[in-house]
Write a protein that binds this ligand. Sequence first.
Ligand SMILES: O[C@H]1[C@H](O)[C@@H](O)[C@H](O)[C@@H](O)[C@H]1O
Length: 615
Amino acid sequence: MSNPIGGMRKKVTDDRERRSLIRAPSESSINNLGVTSAAREPELATDQDVTPVFVYVLAFFSALGGFLFGYDTGVVSGAMLLLKKEMHLTALWQELLVSSTVGAAALSALAGGALNGLFGRRICILMASFIFTAGGVVLGAAPNKEVLLVGRITVGLGIGIASMTVPVYLAEVSPPHMRGQLVTIYTLFITAGQFIASVVDGAFTYLHHNGWRYMLGLSIVPAVLQFFGFLFLPESPRWLLQKGLTQQARQVLSRIRGGQNIEKEYDSMRTNIEDEEKEAGGGPVLWRMLTRPPTRRALTVGCGLQMFQQLSGINTVMYYSATILQMAGVRDDKQAIWLASATAATNFLFTLVGVWLVERVGRRKLTLGSLIGTVLSLTVLAVGFLLSAQHSPAVTLHPTDPTLNSTSCTLYGSCEPCMLDPGCGFCYRENGSTVYDSSCIPVNQTSADEAAWGRCSNLSQFSDGSLWAYNYCPTSYSWIVLLGLILYLAFFAPGMGPMPWTVNSEIYPLWARSTGNACSAGVNWICNVLVSLTFLHVAEYLTYYGAFFLYSGLTVLGLLFVLGCLPETQGRRLEEMEALFSGSLCSCGASDGDVGRVQKHPVQQRKRERHPLRQ
Ligand SMILES: O[C@H]1[C@H](O)[C@@H](O)[C@H](O)[C@@H](O)[C@H]1O
């Protein structure tokens, strides 16, 4: 019987045909050390455009780390709705339970660089899935809020390690012609995790008692699956080579390439690692990265991409989607939760578009296109909020507080400033699109679903037709906001969602790869905490439209950054990336697109020849 993996090869092409298409190296492929990429690698990746099924198995089990990342960050909003009632959580505790995970992820992502270097990618992924499992058990069984906090910090530690290790592992085991696609699948799994989390949230909100235990505890299933899967999966051959485990590296490479001839790829990796070791010098890796111009530039690009991903407000938009939908007229809480799953599904579906596009249009064009669309849709969102604010319904009733407490709520003349004050909400009645009998009332301290007193204070009294709006205002411009939300996801998800992870997994030389990814993932998580923690305060000072104009402005800066600094990495071998950063930082975008580039996958090449207009 032939090798079962090799026997399942999907695409086989003629070697000679491809070699004849390889270009001669030009000067721009000479890196700053005077070594040409092509000289290092006389043969381009010829055998690796055959994709053994084993690569997909590896991709699936690794990307489960992305699923857990998405699930654990996404599930908490629904769980919190139940938890705050059952455990009487104050606003501070709610904030702690949400942000502790992201904070812990930032720390463990930064520490993940050293762990990866010491123990390898496989052990780090096993470690992360073990931590996810332990965290899931603690969360599912937590008797009080303190234990919940321990569980949330634990899963955060798992998320951080997974978020920096999985893309690196995927990039290192992928054949070059589909590396972009496989690493982008990692982000697809993040968004799938967020989507499934929203569905689980929707399903268990009906279970008022202990529903949150299922929501938080269910993450154990994919975590255990990943743990057992990885017990049987191999270490990255590049890491093995770096550690001098040459025999093992050769065996693993041959296994993941489905038994094809790996000599050229193996030699190229080995020579490269030896060269790198000679060149890299001594001292801490981060210091070496910062003192060598090409790695310093790569690090700037990697961290910049991750920073601009978060500064474009993705997590605010996702988190805020339920409110946006409420503004758009969805009054029922349960319906809003289900519609929030539709938002998560949109994010997932458009990430799928990214997986499809990444090897067709390349990382640079995809990121640029995505940023342009993101800027425009953030502007649409901001304009929608601006029009809603300008036509905000007036406060017509001024009932006196029966408790005689003085509150700021009585000072507001319209809904807009009232809803921006976290202590107040808008109580009103409506006839078609006309709002009447409206007042600004303090919110109930234990539940933002009702007012502290008056006709909106008791859910059963809402039958008189009164409506309670907390955090939003009734408006007839909500359709613009809704349009902005959909456009935002459609543009962000294929490019700015996955590309920062994909590009970071490929731009660093091996000796700097784990540290580079640890730093950039850390930047992602730190910016994530900053943006989510500051959103409500920013909205209080700048109003909602101000906040979205701000995100739009920051995304314009991101666009300029990518335009000037992000080189195209599509089709290059990991070993060739350093040459892309040998020029000055802001000429990266203009670097020679094809030098040293692995020949396009012949199937794609043929398609292009048949449909030249699609290019
Ligand atoms: O790439 C991912 C993805 O776009 C997610 O939807 C988002 O929540 C994460 O913060 C981001 O890193």
